[in-house]
Design a binder for this molecule. Structure first.
Ligand code: 8IG
Length: 275
């Protein structure tokens, strides 16, 4: 059985579906509004346990517009977490990637839903490749800006949205205060799902990129459109192709994420505690 996703109807209003999804989350959790939202990418999952008390776990498929995760290691759940300071976090463990080919509306639905639940801060995390040689696998990096190489946008029609300071300086400063020495870099979103060629990595470097990945930029744009303040963090699980001499393997990437998970998750929890 393949359930129909309402976002696949081109005449549907994606914001109305996000509002429905938020309403469903409120019904299922009894939590009227969430203050912050976190999308936990590979390597970041444990942060869900460290930031506070999970009071409700929903299968993403219970909420309109969400779909089953395509990838093992990506948990298809939405959690409502009560933070020690009394705030509420919506933890999104169900990312739809652009390379899944369901269209950009499905990619950014979780972000729009988070905004519709009331969240004003969006924390986007991912596993990614590093272009700076001193970033050994397991290094967390703050995203300072992005280059969107998908040639796509979540904005539809003549919707002009300013992306200056998209990755909030205020939140980056806060992260630096919690974790002195945290590095920053410009995130390049490629379509994937193949990793880059070494020549493409050199291109990314020349145009100002430091991190290569397959998510986050499109999500960040949607978050800005929704008026949210964005914090982006990458876990460097591998050096990008050609920067590291050995071929990239998905298994190694998963393993690097697993090894770094306790450290980076507690780092993220410390940042969330300061929000
Ligand atoms: I984990 O090297 C991870 N995700 N595009 N390139 C791209 N995405 C990634 C990489 C990488 N590593």
């Amino acid at each position: 059985m393949h359930a129909v996703n309402p976002l696949d109807d081109p005449t549907a209003d994606p914001f109305a579906i996000a509002a429905l999804a938020a309403q469903r989350i409120a019904e299922l959790t009894g939590v009227e509004r969430h203050d912050i939202a976190l999308t936990l990418g590979s390597g970041w999952g444990r942060a869900a346990e460290l930031i506070g008390e999970t009071t409700h776990t929903l299968a993403a498929t219970e909420v309109p517009g969400f779909s089953k995760p395509a990838l093992e290691g990506h948990v298809g759940t939405l959690r409502s977490v009560l933070l020690p300071n009394g705030k509420r976090a919506l933890v999104i463990g169900a990312r739809t990637h652009y390379y899944e080919d369901h269209g950009v509306r499905r990619v950014v639905h979780s972000v729009r839903t988070a905004a519709a639940t009331g969240a004003t801060t969006m924390i986007l995390t991912n596993g990614a490749g590093g272009i700076k040689e001193h970033w050994t696998p397991g290094t967390p990096v703050l995203i300072s800006d992005h280059i969107n190489l998908t040639a796509d946008s979540p904005l539809e029609g003549a919707t002009f949205v300013d992306l200056t300071d998209l990755y909030s300086k205020r939140l980056r400063d806060l992260a630096h205060s919690v974790a002195p020495g945290l590095d920053e870099g410009v995130y390049c979103q490629f379509r994937g799902p193949h990793y880059e060629t070494p020549a493409e990595v050199q291109m990314a470097k020349i145009i100002g990129g430091h991190i290569v990945g397959m998510s986050t930029a499109l999500e960040a744009i949607a978050a800005r459109q929704a008026g949210m303040e964005v914090l982006g963090m990458s876990l460097i699980t591998n050096l990008a192709a050609g920067i590291q001499q050995s071929p990239l393997s998905h298994e190694e990437v998963i393993e690097a994420g697993r090894a770094a998970e306790p450290v980076i998750s507690s780092l993220l929890a410390k940042i969330v505690a300061e929000l």
